[in-house]
Design a protein around this ligand. Structure first.
Ligand SMILES: [Cu+2]
Length: 332
């Protein structure tokens, strides 16, 4: 009789808790909060749609883990207290075994947890890796020892272009690493950007920490069957440092670049200049000269049109140097 009473009280408690849980979930949904409004629990703040989605998944997973943790801790402390040794109590409390409902619960519950985590892992990963057929911008990223060559599809560089380190021999607008200059990859904000990666020599890795995403860059991606295309949408304007994340040789650490996420009118003006001859040099506008010119045309561009990178600076290739490389004047 006593046990039956406890069972009824127990199921009532369970019902109450699940009702409370449902109410909290409904409240969160009704308030219009999205997963990205949740606390980040140490997750860095990414700048792309994809990074935000990953953050939502991370926050949800941590909250789910905490809920499970609280339930487990609650059960632990409840049993410590409820079944503690009392005066005149028997040496051991009543031992329970072969309790089928209980065994079913603690076998099924972890499976449910894993299934839910698996579902959100797959849907988040699919979202991050999804590609649409017609991205707004196509950039080709070619890595080499030890720098980057960024080129824009659909652009046409004037014929005089002769960049010493240029990897591709096409007429596209190219931005290439120079020993004294960090290349700036100018991209429009809130547009779907497709990155097509390939390497001229060894394996490198394209990494922009603020994207919370990196992808190895292989030579001969087609022959290697490597998936060398990904897309993202940058949500905020700004400058974001980029690095090579695969140890690729002596000057691996010098493979810095900068992503400049700018409003669309600035991006269009930038590409327009890159496809014109700079009267000052009689050569096509370099990325720095084009940025400086756009900064004059569109003063609201401000620091975003700074001709030099300001999130990082070139590394001195002199091996005998006794000092760390220093930021350069007019940026970094
Ligand atoms: Cu590298």
């Amino acid at each position: 009789m006593l046990l039956e009473g406890a069972g009824v009280a127990g199921s009532r408690t369970v019902r109450r808790w699940s009702l409370a849980g449902t109410l909290v979930a409904a409240g969160v949904l009704a308030s219009g909060c999205s997963a990205t409004d949740l606390p980040r629990f140490g997750w860095p703040e990414g700048v792309t749609d994809q990074a935000k989605r990953m953050q939502g998944f991370w926050s949800g997973s941590v909250i789910a883990a905490l809920v499970v943790g609280v339930i487990v801790w609650g059960l632990m402390f409840w049993s410590f207290i409820a079944y503690r040794k009392r005066k005149n109590s028997p040496l051991y409390p009543k031992q329970t075994k072969e309790n089928l409902p209980l065994e079913l619960v603690y076998t099924a519950a972890p499976f449910v947890l894993i299934a839910v985590l698996f579902y959100f892992t797959v849907t988040t990963e699919n979202f991050v890796l999804k590609t649409v057929p017609n991205p707004d911008v196509n950039v080709n990223v070619t890595a080499f020892k030890w720098g980057w060559d960024f080129s824009y599809d659909g652009t046409d560089m004037p014929a005089q272009n002769t960049t010493a380190q240029q990897v591709e021999t096409d007429n596209k607008v190219h931005t290439v690493s120079e020993p004294t200059e960090v290349p700036i990859l100018v991209l429009p904000v809130n547009k779907v950007i497709q990155y097509t990666l390939s390497s001229r020599d060894v394996i490198h890795s394209f990494w922009v920490p603020d994207f919370l995403f990196k992808r190895d860059v292989f030579p001969y991606p087609q022959q290697n069957n490597s998936v060398n295309v990904f897309q993202n949408t940058i949500q905020t304007t700004g400058a974001f440092v980029g690095r090579c994340a695969e140890l690729c040789g002596t000057y691996h650490s010098a493979m810095n670049f900068e992503v400049r996420s700018v409003p669309d009118d600035v991006y269009q003006a930038y590409l327009k200049y890159r496809q014109q001859i700079d009267p000052a040099t009689q050569q096509p506008y370099t990325f720095g000269a084009a940025l400086a010119q756009v900064g004059k045309d569109i003063p609201s561009c401000g620091q975003l049109c700074s001709p030099r990178s300001y999130t990082t600076y070139p590394i001195d290739p002199n091996r005998a140097a006794k000092q760390a490389s220093q930021p350069q004047a007019g940026g970094k």
